[in-house]
Each structure stands twice: as C-alpha cells, then as structure tokens.
Design a protein around this ligand. Structure first.
Ligand code: HEC
Ligand SMILES: [Cu+2]
Length: 476
C-alpha cells in the first residue's frame, strides 16, 4: 500500500510541476538557464529528470517556438491576402500606380483630400522608419552581453530633449492646421463660390440611402433654367462635368456612407439628419460609388454609379426624363404595364413616369412609403399573437415601401444597385427571383408575389415576366 502510494506520488509530482513550468515558460521571456534563482519546482524537475520521459522531446521552449512559427506563417498568409486585394488602378480606388501625380483623383475635392492623405502618410512613414530604426539599432548594437558591467548611468540631455519636443510639435501643428483648412474647403459654401467664379450655379442633388440601394432626387435638375423639373432616379446618378455638385445626404433607415472614391471621400448618411458634401467631376466618364458603412445583409451590394456627362448630354437627359416614352409601348409592353399595375402589385412600391406622385391626402407617395416602412418594422416587433389578432381584424399596416423609381430604368446600365449589367436576361432573372442576383434584398423579402411559392419565385407566368421586361426596358 505504502509503496504504491509513494510510487503514485513519485510519478505524479514531476508531471504536475512540468505542466506548471510549461505554463510559466510561455509567459516569461527568459529561459531556465538565465533565470536568476531556480524555483523549487525547477529543482524538483531536475531531480526527477530520469523519470520524466517526454520533457526532452516536447520541451516548453520548443513548443512555444513552434507556436510562434505557426503565428508567423498565419501572419504571412494574411498579409499576402490583403496584398492580393490591392490594385493601385482599381475602379473604386483613389490611389494610382503613380501616387505623386494624384491622377487617381478627379476634381478639386478628391485631389485636395488625396494630397493631404499622401503627405500625412509619407510624413508618418519617415517618422516611423527613423524612430523604429533608432530603436532597433540601439537594441541590437548595445544589447547586454554576458559579463558586461553596468553601463554609465546618465540623466537628461537637454538639446536632445528640446529637439524631440519641438520637431513633433511642429509636425503635428502644421499637419493639423492644414487638415482644418482642407475641411473648410469641403464645405458646400466653397462649391457655391467656385460655381459663381465659373459664372454657373451648382447642381443640388439629394441622395437617400435605403437598405440596400440609393435614391437620387434633383429638385432643380437643370440649375441654369429657373424652376426646372424635379427628377427622381436610383443607383445611377447623372451629373454635368465641370460643375460643382452639392450633395445632401439622408437616410430612410440606418446609417449608410456615401462614397465615390475618385471624386470625394466618404460622408456618413445618418437618419433624421441631412449631411452635406460636394464634388466636381473634371473628366466625363463613369465613376464607381459604394456604401461605406455596414448597413445590413446586402451592404456590400449597395453600389452606385456616377455618370459625368458633357453639358449637352446632361441637358438632353434632363429634358428627356419622364414625359412621353421614346417609342410607344408595344402590345407586349402594354400587357406588361397591366401586370405592373395589377397582378404584380409593383406599383405599391415603384413609381414609373413621375418623379414624385402625390397621394389622395396630398403627400408625396415616396415619403408615405418610407413612413409605412417604419410603421411596418415597428409592427413586426409586436408579439406574434398580437400581430395575428391584427391580421384577423384586418388591421395590419399596409405593405407599400420605398423602392427605386423606374421612370428611366431602360436608360440605366445596371440592376440591383450597380450589381449586374442591365439587359433583358438579367432583368428577367431579377423579376423571377431578385435573390438570385442580390441575396437579402428587400424586394423579394416584402413584395407579396414572392411570398406565395415555396421556392420564393415570383407568382407570375413566363409570359407575364416577358411582358414586364418589355414594359420596363421601354422606360427611357
Ligand atoms: C414591397 C415593395 C416592392 C414591390 C411590391 C416590388 N418591388 Fe421592385 N424593388 C423593391 C426594392 C426595395 C428594390 C431595391 C432592391 C435592391 O436593390 O436592394 C426593388 C428593385 C427593383 C428593380 C431594380 C431597380 C434597380 O435600379 O436596380 C426592378 C427592375 C424592380 N424592382 C421591378 C419590380 C417589378 C416589375 C415589380 C412587380 C412585379 C416589383 N419590382 C415589385 C421593392 C418592391
Ligand atoms: Cu448602406
């Protein structure tokens, strides 16, 4: 009995202490050899070395070495993955392969911001390299070697201390003051001043962020014409070149962020608040935009485009918007219109042919749809039994929600807020099941025609779909 117990103790003790050592060794930077005083456990360990079989082959130092190797490899993979995502000349990047030319930026706003960014970045790179370099050099060159005596102890070095106080102060003050001046230049007032200098009026556009698409409202689409028409469109914004564009940013639901990398930096789009920013496109062409604030399931698919057009082309778009169709509807298109207004119930959420129709009580329909959406989401938060009672009593809130204005859909280039090119095939696919193109979108989540089939497809025949495609593609 006694021998058995002592044997157990004899074997168990070193095992346990070894585990404790393994734990502390991982935390402490020195090895057992350097440790100034050997702990009792370490001494125990030594006396028992004969019995501890695994300590040599799987020592804690070796284990932690292996661990740091794994960490290093993981870090390497991460850096490689991040680097793969870098493309200096990408569509949605203000950076370019020749950063000193600032040619990734278009217009005064983006250029000003990029210049500030570049100067801040490279100043910080220089400071980092100098400070870290000095640190590494000192750490390696003057590291303590065995047997070294204590080095001479100094205290204070006035010129050096003055230098490392003054230099950062000048740097931070200089860059800080410059940043503030750049901020002032981003104020809309600057855009008005610039436009007046050019003898023009700035263009005002309102962007409304919705989960997960963008609405654009032009109160005065042609600023050179007094009281010109109201235009509402979605996901693709048209602006004239060389004219300051002042954006008013609003949100219908959550916080979004409006970002056209090549034209201007990000600006938050906050519910109940109207933020402003401006930009000016110098070169005609297409600029890519993206919501830059996580706003829910389809956030990454909340893109948009800015078409900067020569004045004449822009005015032609404004004059041609709405009103008579470019070509009269074909018989199929006319059938599609009936589906749109009837079986498809599209008209509860979408408007065609008008910028902002007014409802019976004289309020803008799109505004009313936004309010309905808020009422509906609040209703969804009620307990299920109460909702069931509401439904039985016929008191559930209406399901009309804000959706893209489709008046100029046929003239757009994309579908699903910049996700896929717009053509008959993609439009048909979208109508059959929007989730196939844009998972998580609000149309298939809320429109009644997608709620009746188990496969979540539209409750419409292939003919009805074709007619709808005809009707919508004719809207330009
Ligand atoms: C419950 C409201 C609702 C109904 C009903 C509805 N839609 Fe939509 N629709 C939306 C929303 C919201 C979007 C934006 C989806 C997105 O991009 O995330 C949308 C997007 C679209 C788009 C793409 C627009 C663009 O610029 O990307 C088309 C086309 C469209 N709907 C057509 C229809 C048709 C046709 C019907 C009827 C069969 C219909 N919708 C019924 C809410 C609705
Ligand atoms: Cu968003």
């Amino acid at each position: 009995m006694v021998t058995a117990a002592s044997e157990i103790l004899h074997i168990r003790r070193p095992l346990r202490t070894r585990r404790i050592r393994g734990f502390t060794m991982g935390l402490l930077p020195f090895s057992e050899k350097d440790s100034p005083t050997k702990t009792q456990t370490a001494l125990d360990q030594e006396t028992n070395r004969g019995t501890s079989v695994s300590s040599a082959s799987d020592s804690p130092t070796r284990r932690s070495g292996r661990r740091s190797l794994v960490a290093l490899v993981l870090l390497g993979i991460m850096v490689a993955l991040v680097a793969v995502g870098c493309d200096a000349d990408a569509h949605q990047s203000v950076l370019s392969s020749t950063p000193w030319t600032l040619d990734g930026a278009n217009g005064p706003v983006a250029r000003e911001q990029l210049l500030l960014f570049n100067v801040l970045l490279w100043t910080m790179v220089v400071v980092f390299v100098l400070v870290e370099g000095a640190l590494l050099y000192a750490a390696i060159r003057y590291r303590r070697k065995p047997g070294d005596p204590l080095p001479p102890q100094t205290h204070g070095h006035t010129p050096l201390e003055i230098a490392w106080t003054i230099v950062p102060t000048i740097l931070i003050l200089g860059l800080g003051i410059w940043s503030v001046f750049v901020l002032f230049k981003l104020e809309p007032g600057e855009a008005v001043a610039l436009a007046r200098e050019q003898g023009k009026e700035p263009l005002h556009v309102e962007a409304i962020g919705h989960q997960w698409w963008w609405e654009f409202r032009y109160e005065d689409a042609n600023p050179d014409v007094e009281g010109s028409e109201l235009i509402t469109t979605a996901n693709e914004m048209r602006v004239p070149v060389d004219r300051p564009v002042i954006m008013t940013l609003k949100s219908d639901d959550v916080i979004h962020s409006f970002w056209i990398p090549k034209l201007a930096g990000k600006q938050d789009v906050v519910p109940t608040k109207a933020n402003q920013m401006w930009f000016l496109a110098e070169d005609a062409g297409m600029y890519y935009g993206q919501c830059a604030e996580f706003c829910g399931t389809a956030h990454a698919q909340m893109k948009f485009r800015v078409h900067a057009l020569p004045d004449a082309e822009y005015t032609a778009w404004v004059d041609g918007w709405g009103g008579e169709l470019a070509e009269p509807l074909s018989p199929d298109g006319a059938a599609g219109q009936l589906v749109f207004l009837g079986a498809g119930q599209c008209v509860t959420c979408h408007t065609v042919g008008s910028a902002d129709p007014v409802n019976e009580v004289g309020e803008g329909v799109q505004r009313a749809r936004m309010d309905t959406y808020i009422a509906y989401t609040k209703w969804l938060q009620k307990p299920a039994e109460e909702r069931l009672e509401d439904v039985r009593a016929g008191e559930e809130p209406p399901t009309a929600f804000a959706a893209p204005n489709l008046t100029d859909l046929g003239a757009r280039t994309t579908l699903g807020s910049g996700l896929v090119d717009l053509n008959r095939e993609t439009l048909r696919q979208w109508l059959r099941n929007p989730d196939d193109i844009k998972p998580g979108n609000r149309m298939s989540e809320l429109a009644a025609i997608y709620q009746t089939r188990l496969d979540h497809r539209a409750d419409l025949t292939e003919d009805e779909l074709s007619d709808l495609v005809e009707y919508l593609m004719a809207q330009k």
